[in-house]
Design a binder for this molecule. Structure first.
Ligand code: SF4
Length: 377
């Protein structure tokens, strides 16, 4: 396959769906519930809805939407920290666009910009570095956010700033790791997951082996997959086949992109710049040990947290009537939140899951949430 269309071919999709339907009852076996398969990544949730894949699946399979959207798991307190940095005199705060609208307890970055702070949307950390070169009298902060997918680019940008001796550039580090987040999900007593679709872009960086604990310690099969509809269908077929054959393995559907050992150069840059935090708060998932990332002491001069002397952020929770935490953990569907499509929508997001296009609430809203609401009414 060389071209995008081939990953969206309806005839191949039909064959895969038929094969999934044939295997699914065997895979489900004597379970009283459908097989609960979590697509960890919001990008996968988006593909599931955009192409109507969920509605093609047999009743023996239920997709559970995971927390794999870094904007969605960002706790409000960290947004408050961003705003506090942006409000410092002389600061230019740079960020990817979707983080600008995430509500904090006081305001979002977009509101801070409207109030006069210099907050700028960039497409890459290197754009932020370019701003730093052009504005030596200003302090440029880049909001380093995301799972392992974005870590190599921020680590390499920091190393470039270090090589150039730039003193006015720093990262506000909010990177998080996928395997530790998966482990937290697996120990959640409210979830009864049977298997995982793992994110292809993260796996392109970390490789396949960091997921070995999922099969070894928790006996849940896992398939790494890409983001086109045929990627997802093929991965679901591989997963269902594992159940039907009584296997429990880490498999790589996305081998055209994901090397077994990951991106060696990227992993080297990550190891040079970053280390894990003992604890970090995730929206909806609470504190997760070793899942958050911080900048190593050797690069403290590029750490906005140290530079602006931020105190450890106090834990903040979404208001009780907003069900972001339950939706994030996969124990509630977006339409079960009382605010969904009423007071909370993409134009006026109350929770982060409606802000990012990868958020499950945004995906439900964009691709058929009303039909789902009717089905369950
Ligand atoms: S609809 Fe809005 S408030 Fe409700 S869970 Fe989704 S993002 Fe949170």
């Amino acid at each position: 396959m060389k071209y995008m269309d081939e990953f969206r071919d309806p005839a191949t999709a039909k064959k895969l769906v038929e094969e999934i339907k044939r295997l699914a009852p065997i895979a489900r076996g004597q379970r009283d519930m459908p097989l609960q398969i979590m697509e960890f990544c919001g990008g996968h949730t988006h593909t599931l809805f955009k192409y109507g894949i969920e509605s093609m699946l047999p009743a023996d399979i239920e997709m559970v939407h995971g927390p794999g959207c870094p904007v969605c798991v960002l706790p409000m307190a960290r947004v408050d920290d961003c705003v506090a940095i942006a409000e410092q005199p002389g600061v230019i705060f740079t960020t990817f666009g979707d983080a600008m609208r995430v509500p904090g307890t006081r305001k979002s970055l977009l509101q801070a910009k409207a109030d006069g702070c210099d907050v700028r949307m960039v497409y890459s950390p290197m754009d932020a570095l370019a701003i730093a070169r052009k504005n030596p009298e200003r302090d440029i902060v880049f909001f380093a956010l995301g799972f392992e997918t974005t870590m190599p680019s921020t680590a390499l940008t920091l190393l470039q700033a270090h090589r150039e001796g730039l003193k006015n550039f720093s990262l506000f580090c909010n990177h998080i790791t996928t395997p530790a987040t998966m482990r937290a999900i697996l120990t959640d007593p409210d979830l009864r997951l049977d298997g995982f679709l793992a994110p292809g872009h993260v796996s392109m960086v970390i490789g396949a082996h960091p997921y070995d604990f999922v099969t070894r310690d928790y006996h849940k099969p896992l398939v790494i997959t890409g983001f086109e509809p045929l990627d997802i269908l093929q991965a679901l077929w591989m997963l269902v086949k594992q159940f039907a054959e009584g296997r429990c393995e880490v498999e790589n559907q996305y081998a055209r992109i994901v090397p077994e050992a990951g991106n060696v150069a990227g992993l080297k840059a990550i190891a040079e710049v970053y280390e894990t935090r003992e604890h970090s708060e995730f929206r909806g998932l609470g504190n997760i040990g070793d899942a958050g990332i911080q900048i190593r002491e050797a690069y403290a001069a590029y750490d906005a947290e140290r530079k602006f002397k931020l105190q450890a952020a106090a834990s903040t929770h979404d208001p009780e009537h907003l069900k972001c935490a339950d939706v994030l953990r996969g124990v509630m569907k977006p339409w079960e939140c009382p605010a969904f499509a009423k007071t909370c929508n993409p134009q006026n997001p109350l929770g982060a899951l409606m802000v990012s296009p990868e958020g499950s609430c945004a995906a439900y809203y964009a691709y058929g949430k009303l039909a789902k609401r009717k089905e369950t009414a």
